[in-house]
Design a protein around this ligand. Structure first.
Ligand SMILES: Cc1cc2nc3c(=O)[nH]c(=O)nc-3n(C[C@H](O)[C@H](O)[C@H](O)COP(=O)(O)O)c2cc1C
Length: 340
């Protein structure tokens, strides 16, 4: 009898230890998922850690109804987080399988697999950043662009590169500037943007989210000074003045498209985008977003017809080039995004 009880205790302890180790592995994956980019750094995600899977839920409380009324960029951000999670899973020896429900719940099944090799993109998860600097003007060599073009994409996702100086590059640049003028003319757009601005270190440290003074290259000043000063730069004229230099200093514009405007394809685009961002980070390439023309519907239509995209939806536009590194943005602590 005693032997039986001892055996049961040993068995139960071993199962508990295994479950604890597994939960630690899955938590490690979530810690890397939340390093993903998101529009205005809202971090619109919640995670549920299960025994052999992680569920990612959209957090609509962090939606951006003015700039992103269909939650398209929200789901692209969730796709970026999904990709980070799957890459981190390889480090712990897990195979991942992603499924996306029609309501946007992302389920990632995670099974141990001794044949899994660690992803070479993992070290870049902590290094990746959005870089809003004026770049140094150097053009990325053709070989590097070819290497990027050859990367694996999720089904239905397209990636197009436009070299600085080309007719298409100049046409998209004009649409970016038109997008700035339109967005900055909209008081609701400005109000939403200001809601996510973090005007000094104390403000940024208080929320661990949003667009901090530091990522715009502003100094850390008392809020009664920084808020009105930064506010002076939030208008179409100033935005276009800055963006003209930023675009001119970039090597390429890169456009990510989907075949359909569905949650599943937005998540697929996010996964592809994150893979590209990590690979570019490894190649020493800086990345900044210029998503204005995709966010203003009629400009997106103009881009679709001018670039001959056919039935493809232009969804994320980035500029790439070479630059010094920029300050990093903050993330909320992982405990605050875990569901019980
Ligand atoms: C779908 C998507 C759209 C974005 N659009 C813009 C944009 O138009 N302009 C911009 O400056 N940053 C944009 N960003 C970048 C976010 O602001 C950035 O990811 C966030 O502030 C976190 O910073 P990090 O990327 O350095 O971690 C976008 C990010 C995502 C995922």
């Amino acid at each position: 009898m005693r032997k039986k009880i001892l055996f049961l205790v040993v068995m139960m302890t071993s199962v508990t230890n295994q479950l604890n180790a597994q939960r630690a592995d899955l938590l490690f994956m979530v810690e890397h998922a939340i390093k993903a980019p998101s529009g205005h750094n809202t971090q619109p995600w919640k995670f549920k850690i299960n025994e052999h899977s992680v569920d990612i839920y959209p957090d609509y409380g962090k939606a951006l109804p003015v700039v992103d009324p269909d939650n398209r960029e929200l789901f692209v951000s969730l796709g970026c987080a999904t990709e980070n999670l799957c890459i981190a899973a390889t480090i712990k020896g897990y195979r991942s399988e992603v499924s996306v429900a029609a309501d946007g719940l992302i389920h990632i099944d995670l099974q141990r697999d001794t044949t899994i090799t660690p992803s070479p993109l993992f070290p870049q998860i902590a290094m990746r950043q959005t870089n809003r600097n004026v770049y140094d003007g150097r053009i990325i060599p053709v070989d590097s662009i070819c290497e990027l073009q050859a990367m694996e994409k999720e089904p239905a996702v397209g990636v197009r590169f436009f070299r600085n100086g080309s007719h298409e590059f100049n046409m998209i640049a004009d649409l970016i500037l038109a997008g700035n003028s339109r967005q900055m003319d909209d008081e609701h757009f400005i109000a939403e943007l200001k809601q996510w601005m973090r005007y000094n270190k104390k403000h940024a440290d208080g929320t661990h989210d949003g667009l901090s003074y530091a990522v715009f290259g502003a100094p850390n000043l008392p809020r009664f000074i920084s808020q009105p000063v930064m506010g002076m730069f939030i208008n179409g004229k100033q935005q276009n003045k800055g963006d003209r230099k930023k675009i001119a200093s970039s090597s390429h514009l890169v456009l990510f498209t989907t075949e359909a405007n569905t949650i599943e394809q937005w998540v697929a685009l996010g996964r592809t985008l994150e893979r590209y961002l990590l690979k570019m980070t490894a190649m020493g390439i800086a990345i900044g977003y210029m998503n204005q023309p995709n966010e203003v519907k009629d400009l997106a239509l103009t881009m679709t017809s001018s670039l001959g995209l056919g039935s493809q939806y232009p969804t994320v536009l980035i500029r790439i080039g070479y630059s010094e590194r920029a300050p990093y943005s903050q993330r909320r602590p992982v405990e605050t995004v875990l569901l019980p």
